[in-house]
Write a protein that binds this ligand. Structure first.
Ligand code: ATP
Ligand code: FE
Length: 335
């Protein structure tokens, strides 16, 4: 079975071809235009998707070296995401499925961040059911109990900002360009994680809150900059390391609680923030210290990509779960 998958939920235009569970190609075109605005501008995003989608799909087919007549079905991101961006991928997928006379499969982007673990890469083994998945991304922070491919239950989630936003907004406060998450990660590796102490939110149960952290970082930086105008520049590495350390502690605290509460020790992460090197190494250590089995996606399947849409497409294809031409994009699309 060959699946052609399309992802366009935010600011990455991506297309992939999968042969069963294996990825033959996974092309991602990241839109640079948003950098100068310090965040994603929805209007510009949809326009860029319109420009990118044809070349990206062509490149995915060319890299996979298969003719489009061989494709068994088209999978696409229906939501959640930016409406204008989703519409580009949705209408393109619909017309392609109509033109080729092959089935159309709608995919939930957040399910895809989790099911990316079932991509076969010849190295890692996928988690076994039931497992816990912590999805940490630009728009979401959730702890999900995954009983089966399409049987997922949210145990906890953020009450305000997503963890990716916490990274990006902290980065912005330090004058770093958008998206700041990867830069915080980079500088954190050179700094002392215990240099500065930031308060951790007190949130009941398995829910998260990140807006308070952002505010305390803002006040801290304002206070220190008043004393020393070069404070950020002189302490950038330590600031990044300490902020990242705090975020990781918040995440791990809830994850440990979730394991205790459910008794499930199969633990996976997914979403753009799971590309973070500190989170990856901290989770790896839990194998030894806590006796968990942990699953960390390959780097290229963490941030937005069409390969993860393709694996969901494949799993739905096997169940003959197809969509019809009346389907529309869904900006808010819950698990
Ligand atoms: P969602 O999946 O919730 O719809 P999204 O698709 O916009 O949101 P992703 O592409 O999954 O988000 O993740 C993007 C986020 O991941 C950004 O906030 C970015 O800063 C963050 N991110 C990426 N790499 C790293 C890293 N190494 N360290 C920290 N954050 C990172
Ligand atoms: Fe995403």
């Amino acid at each position: 079975i060959y699946i052609l998958a399309i992802e366009s939920s935010c600011d990455d235009t991506s297309a992939a071809v999968l042969k069963d569970r294996k990825v033959l190609s996974n092309i991602v075109s990241t839109q640079k235009i948003h950098e100068e605005y310090g965040g994603v501008v929805p209007e510009l995003a949809s326009r860029a998707h319109q420009q990118n989608i044809v070349p990206v799909v062509h490149q995915a087919l060319a890299t996979a070296n298969i003719d489009k007549k061989l494709v068994s079905a088209i999978a696409f991101t229906r939501g959640p995401g930016l409406m204008g961006s989703l519409l580009v991928g949705t209408s393109f997928a619909k017309s392609l499925s109509l033109g080729l006379g092959i089935p159309l499969i709608e995919v939930n982007h957040m399910q895809a961040h989790i099911l990316a673990h079932f991509i076969e890469d010849g190295k890692s083994t996928p988690p076994s059911f039931p497992f816990l998945a912590m999805t940490i991304s630009g728009g979401h922070t959730q702890i999900v109990q995954v009983n089966d491919y399409f049987d997922m239950e949210i145990l906890g989630q953020t009450l305000d900002d997503a963890v990716g936003e916490a990274f990006d907004k902290s980065a912005k406060l330090m004058g770093l360009p958008y998206p700041g998450g990867p830069l915080v990660d980079k500088y954190a590796q050179l700094g002392n994680p215990l240099a500065f102490d930031f308060p951790r939110p007190k949130v009941e149960g398995l829910n998260f809150s990140f807006s308070g952290l952002k505010t305390s970082i803002l006040y801290f930086i304002q206070r220190e900059t008043k004393k020393n105008p070069n404070f950020i520049k002189e302490h950038l590495n330590d600031l990044c390391a300490s902020i990242q350390h705090t975020i990781i502690a918040i995440l791990m605290d809830k994850l440990e609680k979730a394991v205790k509460q459910t008794g499930i020790k199969e633990v996976a992460i997914g979403g753009g923030v799971s590309a973070n090197s500190g989170i990856r190494s901290t989770l790896e250590k839990m194998e030894i210290t806590m006796g968990w089995r942990t699953y960390i996606p390959k780097f290229e399947y963490c941030t937005d990509n069409a390969a993860m849409i393709g694996i969901v497409g494949y799993l739905k294809y096997k169940k003959s779960e197809f969509s019809n031409q009346r389907i529309s994009a869904k900006a808010r699309y819950y698990l």
